[in-house]
Write a protein that binds this ligand. Structure first.
Ligand code: NAD
Length: 354
């Protein structure tokens, strides 16, 4: 389906995949490839309805387009969702997606997302070359570039909170996984005063022992008084109920969809809480993976640090115009795609996306 209009939003392609014997169902959405081939991982989740899964794929694919544009990546947005269930034949489901991605001939380059593990990507990779994996010949683990991007975002925000450097900045990091653990390491190295939280106690213990940070209870993170709150666990942190008790002066994190809705970003703005849009801040993995795919090598670290420049720019423009940063970021990304005057990316037969 090309140029489908759904709720006023346009998507280049929406494909439902169904595997007859196993009944596996997945949806592949390509939002926009006018800047280049589409990038977007595979999310496996037990959606309650088909529409819920479709909406998730549409929203995430769109956000990937904005992420590419603002990160200066010559690519567009896509996403695949798998409808999870106890009966799901996981291997077949991921192979099904791999086969379809291969058929697309380089128009779509996929990878991990929530619910997709390395073993699943192995199933995808049996069927397609267009998949990012943390293997030696691939782009490697993506937590490191993502954490570097978040750190760049924190630096940009700290400046706007009148800190010339991170020394003494009071930061709360929620989630000590692939991104959060590395972020804590780097914040501490730059002299920030860090408190951490995670539902996995072993991860908290490790961070406390290795970096001498303090820990707080998971339920206290969003309310803790601090300069910067870094959500690096899950999205939807800023919602109707949490809004009234948020304790931070600024929010900068890797979690996708930190705001439950754009309107929540408007409220943050009206309260003077600085918000660095998540799809700008967490673009390190995309920059790393896409550069590897498009240029065959990892990007220079400074390329990822530019995330800080974009965050700083958006915050300054928001201050000057009265438009909240998340809305500015989307406007800016849309404009970049519209003015590119390019056609959707269609690889020539027999070649790959390069
Ligand atoms: P991860 O799964 O490695 O780590 C997440 C951590 O959050 C885990 O340690 C988990 O125990 C913890 N957690 C879960 N629920 C929690 C709660 N209620 N309170 C506190 N901690 C909780 O994930 P990750 O790769 O570090 O990614 C973190 C976030 O950033 C995710 O939302 C992910 O989608 C997003 N993201 C990651 C990347 C990347 O490169 N890894 C890129 C873009 C976005």
């Amino acid at each position: 389906m090309r140029n489908a209009v759904l709720d006023g939003r346009e998507f280049e392609q929406i494909q439902i995949l169904r595997d007859r014997p196993s009944e596996a169902v997945a949806v592949v959405v390509v939002h926009d490839t006018r800047l280049g081939p589409a990038f977007g991982g595979i999310r496996r989740h037990a959606y309650r309805t088909f529409d819920e899964g479709l909406e998730d794929a549409l929203r995430l694919a769109e956000a990937m387009s904005w992420k590419c544009a603002l990160a200066g990546v010559k690519g567009g947005g896509a996403k695949t969702v798998i409808f999870d269930s106890e009966e799901l034949d996981r291997v077949r489901a991921y192979e099904l997606i791999g086969a379809y991605v291969e058929e697309m001939g380089g128009r779509y380059y996929t990878g991990p997302d929530v619910g997709t593990e390395e073993a699943d990507l192995e199933s995808v990779a049996r069927k397609t070359q267009y998949v990012a994996r943390a293997v030696e010949e691939g782009p490697g683990p993506l937590g490191e570039p993502t954490a570097r991007g978040v750190l760049a975002g924190v630096r940009a925000v700290a400046k706007r909170l009148d800190f010339s450097e991170l020394e003494g900045l009071d930061v709360v990091v929620q989630g000590l996984g692939a991104v959060g653990a590395r972020l804590v390491r780097d914040l501490v190295a730059e002299g920030a005063k860090v408190r951490v939280t995670d539902v996995a106690q072993d991860r908290v213990k490790k961070a406390v022992e290795e970096h001498g940070v303090e820990s707080i209870e998971p339920g206290e993170a969003a309310q803790a008084k601090c300069d910067v709150f870094c959500p690096c666990a899950f999205g939807g942190i800023v919602h109707d109920i949490s809004l009234s008790s948020l304790g931070a002066r600024a929010i900068v994190g890797s979690a996708n969809n930190v705001l439950a809705s754009p309107e929540h970003g408007d409220v943050l703005y009206s309260r003077g809480i600085l918000y660095a849009p998540d799809f700008v801040v967490n673009a390190g993995a995309l920059i790393h993976g896409a550069t590897f795919h498009l240029e065959g090598k990892a990007p220079a670290p400074e390329r990822i640090d530019q995330i800080g420049d974009v965050v700083g720019d958006l915050l300054d423009e928001a201050h000057a115009t009265g438009i909240p940063p998340e809305r500015l970021a989307v406007q800016r990304a849309r404009r970049m795609i519209e003015t590119s005057q390019s056609e959707p990316f269609l690889p020539r037969k027999g070649t790959d996306a390069n």
